[in-house]
Ligand binder design. Structure first.
Ligand code: PMP
Length: 426
């Protein structure tokens, strides 16, 4: 890799690294921590941690209820966070932004609320084999409740959606097409805009699981044309326990609430209720107040760094990783080449098992993910039960990938098949 290509990956982490105090530590006999597991959950900068401290130290009370100073402050901060997320997503209206517990909660909300009201036994739900279980199981459950059937867009050999075969599965019975913008296992960046356009031409509603793209590249829901989009705060420098469901206003307004309780009502009588307007209709009970406020701070942070800069940095990191990982004997890299993937890479070695690889890497200070990454059907398709995944974010340095590669080479060496013993002629 030439110096000019490496110049950009060097710059970003050096300018943000000190914002992430957790990264500055040593593990296992003083090895510097090399954190390559941000696709599971990222770290958060001081600015976000400070926002949480500020909220709980000065401005916290329940929102939308109390007529007192702290409640007004907390409500203003909570609604300001909604406005920040609206801007982050390029949405037109703040009421299109629903705070949820995360991506899983957002997808389940659509399956329950929109799905139960709109999907019937003759309908088809179109998914992809690379989905996270969060974007499979809620639809299986919806299919069980309604009698709808499940279909999948086929994959190409190298782990992309095979849009040449889309017509085989996208029909006028397709009610919903739900897919990830970036695969959390293959790293594939899916063509959201094109797939959305084609699904809409067939009359289907589109839900995008943006858990792995929203933290890393610009999201513009209007430009993409999607109907629903889900994301998690904890993967994008925000806190855990908060996420977002974006829903197009007309669609949300026609959707009944599914979770009942406080806040989501307009009026309750002894035997019935009328629902509140959107988005409150979908935010039953006390919402993740500090979480949403801190997510707003995360959005500020990501925008101050620049989503384009983050994406470019990760492109350079994945180029570097792709090239260097080839040096590991017997490695099988899953998914398409670096030009069509985001900043994560899953792989298998002939041996040992991914769990052992992750543990041995940990001894060298390297944190990665091992297992099926909640994509069991995809692993079945790939003919493996598990893989190891390294994932990158704005704070990762190219040198950290070098540490990963050197450690993998050592592991490969240690578990090298010893070669068949020669039979002695007798
Ligand atoms: N979808 C994708 C693509 C993911 O990577 C994840 C998290 N691994 C989820 C959904 C679920 O997100 P959460 O656990 O935050 O709800």
């Amino acid at each position: 890799m030439s110096e000019t290509t490496l110049a950009s990956p060097h710059l970003l982490p050096e300018s943000v690294r000190e914002d992430f105090p957790i990264l500055d530590q040593r593990v296992h006999d003083g090895r510097p921590l090399v954190f390559l597991d941000s696709a599971a959950s990222s770290h958060r900068p001081r600015q976000v941690i400070d926002a949480i401290v500020q909220c709980y130290s000065h401005d916290y009370a329940n929102v939308h209820r109390g007529i007192h100073t702290l409640s007004e402050r907390a409500t203003d901060a909570y609604e300001l966070a909604r406005e920040k997320v609206r801007g982050f997503l390029g949405a037109e209206h703040a009421e299109e932004v629903v705070f949820t517990g995360g991506t899983t909660a957002a997808i389940n909300a659509v399956a329950r609320a929109w799905g139960d009201a709109n999907v019937g036994p003759d309908d088809e739900i179109l998914l992809t084999p690379m989905e996270h279980h969060s974007n499979l199981v809620p639809w299986f459950q919806l299919a069980e409740r309604t009698g709808a059937s499940i279909k999948h867009i086929p994959l190409t050999e190298d782990g992309r959606l095979d849009l040449d075969r889309l017509d085989e599965v996208l029909t006028d019975r397709t009610k919903l097409c739900a897919f990830a913008s970036v695969s959390n296992t293959l790293g594939t960046i899916n063509p959201v805009k094109e797939l959305t356009r084609r699904a809409h031409e067939s009359g289907a509603v589109v839900l995008v699981d943006a858990a792995q793209s929203a933290p890393h590249m610009v999201t513009d829901v209007r430009q993409l044309g999607v109907d629903f989009l889900a994301l998690s705060g904890h993967k994008m420098c925000g806190p855990s326990g908060v996420g977002v469901l974006y829903g197009r206003r007309e669609l949300l307004a026609q959707t009944p609430p599914f979770m009942g309780g406080g806040s989501m009502i307009n009026r309750v009588y002894l035997d019935r209720f009328t629902p509140a307007d959107i988005p409150t209709r979908f935010e039953a009970g006390t919402p993740p107040i500090a979480g949403a406020i801190a997510l707003g701070a995360a959005v500020d942070y990501l925008q101050s760094v620049g989503l384009d800069a983050i994406h470019r940095h990760e492109e350079a990191l994945i180029d570097h990783a792709w090239e260097r990982l080839q040096e590991v004997p017997g490695i099988r890299l899953l998914g398409p080449g670096p030009t069509q993937r985001a900043g994560l890479v899953s792989f298998v070695l002939e041996r040992p098992h991914p769990h052992d690889i992750a543990q041995l890497l940990d001894f060298d200070g390297v944190a990665v993910r091992a297992g099926h990454h909640c994509t069991q059907p995809l692993h079945d398709l790939l003919g493996i039960t598990a893989s190891t995944r390294a994932s990158f974010y704005l704070y990762n340095r190219p040198e950290e990938i070098d540490v990963l590669v050197e450690s993998l080479k050592k592991i490969g060496d240690r578990f090298k098949p010893s070669g068949r013993k020669r039979r002695r002629k007798q």
